[in-house]
Design a protein around this ligand. Structure first.
Ligand code: 9MR
Ligand code: 9MR
Length: 580
């Protein structure tokens, strides 16, 4: 057969890294039998008829047309929706437009493995312990940074001016021990602000679904205590956080090298690690997290002392913050005064009223009566917006909602209004999702901070109202994150048939194994492209396509604990609902 020039061209055209060549966009991980099941087809894949065949028997179980054509507000791309929700029998199927096909999985517990994977990722991020082969397979590795001799940076020096208290002084260069915890992200540093947000959100999801989380087996090494795996993994980072408090109650902003390490494994890192400057934001976040954790961990046998320690340290932290309400982490100002200069992430936050609100609320919920939420009445009538590491106000709302069974209307109404807006925005959505319809949805870390964040808010709304429309909207957001989107990527490493292979994560890039560590949600499309000087493989600047699966892309393809916290909180909660 003679090949035409055109077919030769197609035969050898490299597959663009930025987009999935399969024009049928689906949730690549799985659909639930009794829930909406929608795929979206790109215009170039439009066909007269679409079929769903049983993968084993080849029998057609559904056939139909694509409906509801949409036009992207950015690229003008036309798309249409294939709705096969009427198929409710678990199984594996092939969805086809006659030219391309996608494997569709329908099953109970459709996202169970993802829920487990999203938590196992934290095990893989552990800093000071060996990652064992029996739990991590080929991703096993020796312990990373031990952090048992970390230096007090001059910015964190604290001299107590009384001879008999000299043991409580920490002059610059003092060695302290601050082992354990999780690496923050693609880099190897550890930051209190982001750790607190991550744990805060994960524990909110826990409080809404204690039974589900208490029974969630993670297949990671367990400590010898009575904690369920989920809380046990979170305790790894809580224990590290406790080491970050100075004797006066203030909490160091971060534990870091002066500059980012190269793309190497921990054993090849040689920079000195420091604890740097105490800050009000870190100290209040610490107070909130410890107070919250004390309340939850106290319920488990043998954990009472741990809970007491967390609560007393929370109170010390809060007291420090009241006395130092405006110690903001301004790295440039710090560098002007002290050496060595520090150029790693700032997690800088110049407004700490939300941290005050969160800490006060959590301390009050933990029984510190003097702090009965001074902010309660004024705050919770306000509009709801999604919590992020830099704005934790609505973590306080989530904390007050608990499992929603005794929800107060002032806490609940703004959240439900927000959920209603999410649902409205999904009308005429290109991807049948409450996320991804306005440009402002796309930012650094949007897969977590906006997509999963909306998913969690929708699940609160469902719990509060029992109205299925919120649950179905949450499922639509999960579908988006797992492949039914403009790039066709399932944005979690190791899941789905087209997922990121080159995340900006040193542990994945430098370990000599082709595949990345599994279970990590990447930041996602970010039209800011703040990494454009380093990453040359963006192929689009449309908000929802500004993504590059390239390990130089820290603005669209990094991983981070707060993002996996959002993924885990969302997907575990969704699984919990669907298992009922
Ligand atoms: O690896 C760093 C990543 O963790 C941060 O999110 C990002 C933004 O602060 O910075 C990355 O480091 C890059 C640095 O900022 C600029 N030089 C290239 C570094 C990545 O190799
Ligand atoms: O998640 C952070 C995002 O909200 C900020 O816009 C961005 C730039 O400051 O930093 C992100 O956090 C990164 C941190 O600075 C360094 N470690 C990796 C984090 C994820 O990219």
């Amino acid at each position: 057969m003679k090949l035409s020039c055109l077919s030769l061209l197609f035969a050898f055209a490299p597959v663009a890294k930025a987009q999935n060549p399969n024009l049928i966009r689906i949730n690549q991980v799985g659909y639930y039998p009794n829930a909406p099941k929608v795929a979206v087809v790109e215009q170039r894949g439009f066909a007269k008829k679409y079929t769903l065949r049983d993968a084993k028997t080849n029998k057609t179980v559904w056939q139909g047309k694509a409906v509801e054509q949409t036009v992207s507000p950015w690229s003008g791309k036309r798309r249409a929706t294939i709705d096969f929700s009427t198929v409710t029998t678990a199984g594996e199927y092939i969805l086809s437009n006659g030219k391309q096909q996608q494997k569709i999985v329908i099953r109970d517990g459709a996202l169970h493995d993802l829920a487990v994977g999203s938590m196992k990722a934290f095990y893989l991020q552990r800093c000071s312990e060996p990652i064992l082969e029996e739990y991590a397979g080929k991703y096993a590795r020796p312990a990373g940074h031990m952090d048992n001799e970390v230096l007090v940076h001059p910015s964190a020096e604290h001299i107590v001016d009384a001879a008999f208290l000299e043991d409580y002084s920490r002059s610059a260069g003092t060695k302290i021990s601050s082992p354990g915890g999780w690496y923050d992200a693609g880099d190897f540093n550890k930051y209190i602000v982001n750790s607190s947000f991550s744990i805060g959100l994960m524990l909110c999801a826990y409080e809404a679904n204690p039974e589900y989380f208490n029974n969630l087996g993670l297949n990671i090494p367990e400590s010898k205590n009575s904690l369920p795996d989920y809380l046990d993994e979170i305790a790894v980072n809580l224990r590290w956080m406790l080491t970050m408090q100075d004797f006066d109650g203030g909490v160091y902003h971060k534990l870091t090298t002066p500059s980012f390490e190269g793309f190497v494994m921990p054993k090849d890192c040689h920079q000195t690690r420091y604890v740097v400057m105490k800050s009000t934001a870190a100290t209040l976040d610490f107070a909130a997290t410890m107070a919250k954790a004390s309340r939850i961990y106290r319920k488990f046998k043998g954990l009472e002392r741990f809970a007491d320690e967390m609560l007393s340290k929370a109170v010390m932290a809060y007291t420090w913050a009241k006395a130092n309400p405006e110690v903001l982490y301004k790295q440039d100002e710090m560098n002007a005064k002290y050496d060595p200069d520090v150029s790693t992430s700032t997690y800088g936050d110049f407004k700490v009223i939300d941290e005050f609100k969160w800490a006060t609320t959590e301390l009050a919920l933990a029984g510190i009566q003097d702090l009965i939420p001074q902010f309660a009445n004024e705050v919770y009538k306000q509009d709801f917006y999604l919590p992020t590491w830099g704005d934790v106000e609505n973590l306080a709302r989530y904390a007050r909602l608990g499992d929603c069974s005794k929800a107060n209307i002032a806490d609940a109404a703004p959240l439900i209004r927000y959920a209603d807006q999410c649902i409205e925005s999904a009308e005429h959505s290109s991807f049948a999702s409450a996320f991804g319809n306005v440009a402002s949805d796309f930012c650094w870390g949007c897969n977590a901070e906006c997509a999963a964040g909306k998913g969690i808010a929708l699940l609160y709304a469902y719990r509060l109202t029992n109205d299925k429309k919120y649950l179905n909207a949450a499922i639509g957001v999960a579908d988006y994150m797992l492949g039914r989107n403009a790039t066709g990527y399932c944005y979690v490493t190791g899941f789905g048939n087209y997922s990121p292979k080159h995340p900006h994560q040193r542990l994945s890039a430098a370990d000599g194994i082709d595949e990345p560590l599994p279970g990590f949600l990447v930041g996602g499309p970010n039209p800011g492209q703040q990494d454009r000087d380093y990453c040359k493989s963006y192929t689009s600047s449309y908000p929802d396509e500004s993504y590059a699966d390239d390990d130089t892309s820290y603005a669209s393809n990094e991983i981070a604990i707060n993002w996996n916290a959002s993924l885990a909180a969302f997907i575990c909660w969704l699984e919990a609902e669907m298992a009922k």
